[in-house]
Design a protein around this ligand. Structure first.
Ligand SMILES: [Zn+2]
Length: 110
């Protein structure tokens, strides 16, 4: 299904298709055999946008309950460490909050 021949977007080297099982939220969410590419030259790992879409489709069916905490005058919601890693979130970076309705607030990661 997946195209085997994808060149590395960083160095142009040859890549190999690999699979990994992702465990999120202390194993409550398990995404089995997620495909990704690994460059044989520079060893960087990356996913194609199609692979990312597939993973997103699976992850869509899960949610996690988080308490609201206060930091100074703002309210904050913490992101569990493994989700932060999955989305490659880093302290100091910005995310965008998108109000969808009275009951849904989306977080967009650029
Ligand atoms: Zn490379």
């Amino acid at each position: 299904m997946e195209k085997e021949k994808v060149d590395c977007g960083f160095c142009g080297g040859k890549t190999e298709l690999k699979f990994e099982t992702l465990e999120l939220l202390d194993g409550k969410v398990i995404l089995k055999q997620q495909p990704y590419y690994k460059c044989k030259k520079c060893r960087k790992e990356f996913v194609s946008s199609e692979q990312m879409r597939e993973t997103e489709k699976e992850i869509n069916s899960f949610n996690v309950l988080r308490p609201i905490i206060s930091t100074g005058r703002s309210l904050a919601i913490t992101v569990p460490a493994d989700l932060a890693k999955f989305y490659n979130l880093k302290k100091g970076e910005n995310v965008r909050l998108i109000p969808e309705s009275r009951h849904l607030l989306k977080v967009k990661i650029s």
